[in-house]
Unconditional design. Structure first.
Length: 229
């Protein structure tokens, strides 16, 4: 895809691309081609030989991460607790998607912190779980349709440590925490932090988003995000 459409994409969107994005695209485009040179592989059983082009080894490259992915999974399996696990996803509201694209570092930081506070707050509430939990989260910036849609995939154990630190509190079978409760708190915390970032002049707006520099226009965008579900 990058080899076929990459140059046209850079011509149309180059102004909004970071140096890192350009570097990653270039690395993937030349991965396992003659540009990076090659090496000879030989089977230690039958002696069969073949010429292979070198890999780019960029951490974003889908061709170069199979071994690293397998090693990461193996390491995580060694850390598993004897309990069920839940997959929880937190997504940037649609109304903030374009803002996130132009302010990735700021918005991603807000996304992680709002997610962590949401999970820990609701889990600690005695009305829900009443325990201190742990989890890990992985950022995905693109959806399955290859459109920009930042979201966090969280893997959460089905329980946590009681407030006094003396026992394990297990969640109900096949139920972790209320999705509706998590969603409402996350949206509030996330949008509060986005507003704070705006008033602290941490957000920048270019091209089609320049109108959001006006506090009234920005406030209207946030209001729509608060009203949507």
């Amino acid at each position: 895809m990058f080899r076929r459409y990459g140059e046209a994409y850079r011509q149309n969107h180059g102004a909004s691309m970071s140096a890192e994005q350009r570097r990653v695209m270039a690395a993937i485009e030349v991965c396992r081609t003659e540009v990076l040179g090659g090496h000879l592989e030989r089977c230690d059983q039958c002696g069969y030989e073949r010429n292979c082009f070198n890999s780019c080894r960029d951490r974003h490259c889908p061709k170069c991460q199979s071994l690293a992915r397998a090693q990461w999974i193996e390491h995580r399996q060694a850390e598993l607790l004897d309990c069920p696990y839940f997959h929880v996803v937190f997504t940037v509201p649609d109304e903030i998607g374009a803002i996130a694209y132009q302010n990735r570092e700021v918005v991603y930081d807000i996304l992680f912190h709002a997610t962590a506070e949401t999970l820990k707050t609701i889990a600690a509430d005695p009305k829900h779980l009443g325990a201190e939990i742990g989890f890990f989260a992985v950022l995905h910036s693109w959806g399955q349709n290859l459109m920009f849609r930042p979201h966090l995939h969280c893997v959460v154990p089905g329980g946590g440590i009681s407030a006094d630190g003396q026992r394990w509190v297990r969640c109900r079978a096949r139920f972790f925490l209320s999705v509706r409760v998590l969603s409402r708190l996350f949206r509030r915390l996330f949008l509060e932090r986005i507003e704070k970032a705006f008033h602290s002049r941490k957000l920048q707006f270019f091209a089609s988003l320049e109108s959001l520099r006006d506090p009234r226009a920005f406030a209207e965008r946030i209001a729509r995000a608060k009203e949507s579900e």
